[in-house]
Design a protein around this ligand. Structure first.
Ligand SMILES: [Zn+2]
Length: 353
């Protein structure tokens, strides 16, 4: 294992302990959200909390290491147990959420396929939203459907026509496996690894998507590999209409796709996402947004990201991240005017105000 990965794991394990959480709490004054620029403190409209789960293969090992879909595409436990563990928590709190599904799950077979389908159907029945999530390089169902091998996750590595073809095929997989009703309700999207680009935005608009939540304002990563994503020059935390001529522009207003970005924040200059993996920092970031985001004219959507693969161990048990997500929901629920909604519902509420 690379030394940097070892260090990250060590830090994660430490900051998950009671002592570590105490230390983080002391340091949480380092959490800052730039560009919320609120001159109006009137909190007239609700604060919407939108929990989003990227549903994919993988699991968490005993040492808290993450096995991602890319490393083990056939670790389907990340789908059936991960989704089950998450929906149990959501049910306990009585909230609705959004799942971004990587269609790799449809390459499973036999009992695993049955388990996944049952889990997805019951998730839909409970009122959660299913959106689309793309990892072309680790999605064998997609590759089989198009009789092509894909080598990259990121949209930057595919031409416009190819992106169109990939997204269309993924949508068709949803129809074939989950039915026409689910296919028709598929209006939300997140590119794997946040790696959307301009052609991707154009393709989403063309294919009738209404919501994208790939943006992580102020953050970039994997700049030199096939997972490349770059939102570093975007500073906006409020929704905007995605641009089909430059995905980084927030003022073009030339598409029908609403970008509802994942909430991001700075921790001593480091860009971070609103993710329960960041435990107490997520709670602090929530408070920053809750206090400072402008709600005088519209509700504010606070988007949290987690992964189904981080909600299950190799044998399907609950994980530390899941417990931290549970705690975050309990905390957020205590605040006035907080509403837990799906992305689809959030978009509707925002458009009606
Ligand atoms: Zn993903």
């Amino acid at each position: 294992m690379k030394i940097i990965l070892k260090l990250k794991l060590f830090l994660y394990r430490f900051f998950s302990t009671t002592l570590g959480k105490g230390v983080l709490q002391l340091l949480s004054f380092g959490v800052k959200v730039r560009n919320l620029e609120n001159r109006n403190s009137l909190k007239k409209f609700p604060f919407l909390v939108i929990i989003t789960t990227d549903a994919e293969a993988g699991y968490v090992t005993k040492t808290e290491r993450r096995v991602w879909q890319k490393e083990n595409p056939e670790a389907f436990i990340g789908y059936y147990s991960g989704i089950r563990n998450l929906t149990n928590i959501f049910e306990k709190h009585g909230i609705k959420t959004t799942f971004f599904l990587s269609t790799q799950c449809f390459s499973s077979k036999g009992t695993e396929y049955k388990k996944i389908k049952n889990e997805l159907n019951s998730t839909i029945k409970k009122g959660h939203e299913i959106g689309l999530h793309l990892h072309p390089d680790s999605d064998f169902a997609l590759q089989k459907k198009l009789s092509k091998k894909f080598e990259a996750t990121s949209a930057f590595f595919y031409g416009y026509e190819e992106k169109l073809e990939i997204i269309k095929a993924a949508k068709d997989l949803v129809r074939e496996n989950l039915g026409t009703a689910s296919y028709k309700k598929l209006i939300s999207f997140r590119w794997g690894n946040w790696a959307l680009d301009t052609g991707g935005a154009k393709a989403l608009n063309k294919l009738g998507f209404k919501i994208d939540s790939s943006a992580v304002s102020g953050i970039k990563g994997h700049t030199h590999d096939t997972m490349k994503y770059d939102w570093s020059i975007v500073s906006r935390h409020y929704p905007w209409k995605l641009s089909i001529t430059d995905y980084l522009a927030t003022n073009h207003n030339n598409s029908k796709v609403m970008e509802i970005p994942i909430a991001t924040f700075d921790f001593f200059g480091m860009g971070m996402r609103a993710d329960p993996v960041n435990s107490v920092l997520l709670n602090k970031a929530f408070l920053e947004y809750y206090e400072k985001a402008d709600r005088s004219k519209k509700p504010f959507p606070f988007v949290v990201i987690t992964h189904s693969s981080e909600a299950a161990t190799k044998d399907g048990k609950v994980t530390q991240t899941l417990k931290d997500l549970d705690r975050f929901i309990s905390l957020a629920k205590k605040y006035d005017d907080v509403e837990f909604v799906t992305l689809k519902e959030a978009n509707k509420i925002i458009n009606n105000n």
